[in-house]
Design a protein around this ligand. Sequence first.
Ligand code: 6PG
Length: 238
Amino acid sequence: MNKIIEVLPDKSALIERSQAIILDKLDKALEARDKFTIALSGGSTPKPLYEALGKKSLPWSKIHIFWGDERYVPANHQDSNQLMARQAWLDKIDIPGSNIHPMDTGAKNPQQDAEEHDRKLHEFFQTQPGEFPAFDLILLGMGDDGHTASLFPHTEALSVKDSLVTVGNKDGEPRITFTVPLINQARCVLFVVAGENKRPALKEVFAEQSDAMNYPSRLIQPQGQLFWLLDESAAADL
Ligand code: 6PG
């Protein structure tokens, strides 16, 4: 893993730099495999990035969109990460529907939906259970508590090592999430973090010694490149 930390002056510079990294990894993936696989993060930070990507003219038929986590709500629910990305980006581009691979939440059983998405990822990447496919890029945010994806502090999801997808838990609310080993198999992980409310957790995530169970973003040590893009207000205490 090689870790690159970049501090940008403000949110718009952060979004611009994030887009540049994504487009660079897109080019490299198309050159190498004629296909680009990207997993999106949810929350509010990436919305302007998705809006910017929605204005680009790219070879969408070669781009496959996944999500690193999903709230356990219907796809048309206001909290859905899928809905946010579709409204900000995917509904505005000419991308084949089969290139969009959401985490289904329709089984009314989070474990069942997690297992189903696990199966779909193995099918897409032609991997076997026990193998971990490498996404070209996994986009991540970080919560004020140091969580990422839906890997929350002191939850069982942090210790799942034998699956690609598992059930996350936010204060009792179920989530579907990529596991740590799947994220760490990525060719590139891109954290995009903004705002002074992230300072305390960032300090712990970057500290020499700190408890990764308390700050799960510390667990993300990908075999490929790791970018941390921070705005100045988030990075002030580093
Ligand atoms: C989610 C995200 C989550 C998010 C962080 C940061 O489903 O909410 O995947 O991991 O990235 O909570 O959220 P903000 O960008 O809104 O601060």
